[in-house]
Design a protein around this ligand. Structure first.
Ligand code: XMP
Length: 328
């Protein structure tokens, strides 16, 4: 029978054959695909793999820890963490245009990953580990193979034979152990490999992260506000058992809009938070999810009580089309 165990055995054998005694590098984004791809390659070649996690400061609460602590604990993978938060925030300073933000985040990601890859290559050479780093793991799925595009954006450097965006002296051969799999199979493989539920069942999250969920310029304070509101929404949706019904639920900070409220001792002049829960099969079209009113009420009460800058929670009831899933 065709089981996830068989898929793993088969892919492990293929990776070993492709890589031999060579050294391998992988960028982790916090997403499902890169995590499962890395875990499979780790299973196949162990310490020949080094993972790189670029912390750009645009992930949600707890997600960097999921990579740095939980993923490492589950797999024993060798991980290099690059704290690039200041660099990304510096590059994004004063930028409000969504496409401009995407370009900046994508460009900085490539630069930081490239520098980290170079260090991994040099460290391996210094330790006389013989084989140069020749391979790069990519979490390419079957649907990505069929129609190029989609995927996890900035955190996913996609290309077919040589890796776009990296300089000539850093050319890698791609290792793509998920190329024959669909998303639900990737999740099953991840679970079989012992990855934590929070990583394996993670809903789609854009590569540029919270950078495109702040309508307005990105700042550290705004990120903290959004992170706090998003954590509350996720917590309540999970507690209500709604995760499987929702495709994804962007939580958006309207940083350039101010709204008046009465909180505590008096009038406040804060910001609205938008909840954008959607149901979808493939993100091409989507409908707004009819969440129970009591769950919406709990999310709203908690966010306005617990997040100082927010005095209003609004629900997005637009389908796609005409509205996209993300606000930017
Ligand atoms: P939209 O907003 O276009 O989103 O309806 C469709 C799906 O794509 C995700 N998305 C992105 N993913 N980089 C990504 O990796 C991006 O720049 C990006 N923009 C949107 C979005 O979360 C949804 O799943």
């Amino acid at each position: 029978a065709w089981t996830m165990g068989n898929v793993i055995e088969e892919q492990v054998a293929k990776v070993r054959e492709q890589v031999g005694s060579g050294r391998v590098i992988c960028a982790l984004s916090g997403g499902v695909d890169s995590a499962v791809a890395a875990a499979l390659v780790q299973r196949a070649v162990g310490d020949q793999l080094t993972c790189v996690f670029v912390d750009h400061g645009l992930l949600r609460a707890g997600e960097a820890e999921q990579v740095e602590r939980d993923f490492v604990a589950a797999t024993g993978v060798k991980l290099k963490v690059v704290d690039a938060v200041d660099r990304f925030l510096g590059a994004l300073e004063g930028v409000s245009d969504p496409e401009e933000k995407r370009k900046i985040i994508g460009r900085e990601f490539i630069r930081v990953f490239e520098a980290a890859a170079r260090e991994v290559v040099e460290e391996a050479a210094e330790h006389g580990e013989g084989e140069p780093v020749r391979f790069l793991v990519q979490g390419t799925l079957y649907p990505d193979v069929v129609e190029s595009g989609g995927g996890e954006g900035a955190a996913n450097i996609k290309s077919h034979h040589n890796v776009g965006g990296l300089p000539d002296d850093l050319q890698f051969e791609l290792v793509e152990p998920l190329r024959t799999l669909f998303k639900d199979e990737v999740r099953a493989v991840g679970a079989e490999l012992g990855l934590p539920e929070e990583i394996v069942q993670r809903q789609p999250f854009p590569g540029p992260g919270l950078g495109i969920r702040i309508v307005g310029a990105v700042t550290q304070d705004r990120l903290e506000t959004l992170r706090a509101a998003d954590a509350i929404a996720r917590e309540e949706l999970t507690a209500a058992g709604l995760d499987r019904e929702i495709w994804q639920c962007p939580v958006v900070l309207l940083a350039d809009v101010r709204s008046v409220g009465v909180q505590g001792d008096g009038r406040t002049y804060g910001h609205p938070i938008v909840l954008r829960p959607v149901s979808s099969e493939d993100a091409m079209t989507a409908d707004w999810t009819r969440l129970p009113y009591d769950v919406l009420a709990r999310i709203s009460t908690r966010i306005t009580n617990e997040v100082a800058e927010v005095n209003r929670v609004v629900l997005d009831v637009t389908s796609k089309p005409p509205g996209t899933i993300e606000w930017e």
